[in-house]
Write a protein that binds this ligand. Structure first.
Ligand SMILES: C[S@@+](CC[C@H](N)C(=O)[O-])C[C@H]1O[C@@H](n2cnc3c(N)ncnc32)[C@H](O)[C@@H]1O
Length: 281
């Protein structure tokens, strides 16, 4: 069941979009002097070695952070600084996962709750945050863990939902979980990552599932934002030609930021084929 390992994909174009927006959202949360919780339902290992046996030969990071490492656009500087802090040399060898990005931005009174089911990644995650009393790591289904936590004690939270989508049922699980979450805590910021996969080359219809999921999520709040970053042509690209981030109650400044900076980022990551799409309520 749990065959997905994020180490194979760490730092790819989808991670750049996901983690840049995570940094933007948390920086926005930090503008207010009131604590919050960061809840990561699918945390992964927390940090990745790009030159280990698992990732070498695949080099997915070359499609993402590899293209920004030497020359990064100014608006992604805060994101890049966190990646740089994870590397102790000018060479790109390590890439932080979502928990590590978040932890870099948490303040003294903020807390993080991380869920990871895979035994090996859970072990690595625990090791990465072993001495951190602000961070609680649990080997539990993140969908259930999230619901049990809501509403958060400080009445402020950013929730990151980043499933592997290996099973088609995960799209419906995201919708069902967010329906329950928003009932318990309507004002939270919820961020859902999803892949854009060329279904013509695949057995499953992941494209259709992602589309259905985002349509259903739009009904959950009057305030939503859906951002897609494409690095290839949807009709000809073989595999994941892009990804999206769907947000409920996003920072109100984010849409304008994205409109300003996505043209350059999509060009840097996708070249001629790079493009983006922003939809909002
Ligand atoms: C895409 S990866 C997460 C990457 C991480 N969010 C990041 O950005 O660095 C998805 C992770 O979810 C884990 N997973 C799958 N189903 C889960 C579930 N129901 N609850 C918690 N973790 C799950 C997988 O083992 C995998 O490590």
């Amino acid at each position: 069941m749990l065959s997905y390992r994020h180490a194979f994909h760490a730092g790819n174009h989808a991670d750049v979009l996901k983690h840049w927006l995570l940094v933007e959202c948390l920086s926005y949360m930090n503008q207010k002097d009131k604590p919050y919780w960061y809840i990561d339902t699918h945390a992964g290992a927390g940090a990745y070695k790009l030159d280990n046996a698992m990732t070498s030969g695949k080099s997915e990071y070359a499609s993402g952070i590899g293209k920004l490492w030497a020359k990064c656009p100014a608006p992604l500087r805060e994101y890049l600084n966190i990646v740089k802090a994870a590397n102790d040399s000018p060479n790109l060898r390590h890439y932080p996962g979502s928990p590590m990005f978040a932890n870099s931005l948490l303040r003294e009174d903020d807390k993080a709750y991380l869920y990871e089911l895979h035994p090996q990644d859970f072990k690595l995650l625990g090791h990465n945050f072993a001495k951190n009393r602000q961070v609680k790591v649990q080997q539990q289904n993140g969908f259930d863990g999230l619901i049990a936590l809501l509403p958060p004690a400080p009445r402020r939270a950013l929730v990151m939902i980043d499933p592997p989508y290996e099973q088609a049922s995960e799209y419906a699980a995201v919708v069902k979980t967010l329906q329950a979450a928003i009932k318990r805590f309507a004002t939270g910021t919820y961020v859902v990552w999803y892949p854009l996969i060329n279904s013509a080359q695949r057995q499953s219809n992941k494209q259709g599932e992602a589309q259905k999921m985002t349509e259903q999520l739009k009904n959950l709040s009057k305030d939503w934002l859906d951002v897609r970053l494409l690095v290839g042509d949807a009709s000809t690209f073989n595999g994941m030609y892009g990804s999206g981030m769907f947000m409920l109650n996003p920072p109100w400044t984010l849409k304008a930021e994205l409109e300003k900076h996505l043209p350059e980022l999509s060009r840097l990551l996708g070249g001629e084929a790079g493009s983006y799409n922003i939809a909002a309520s």
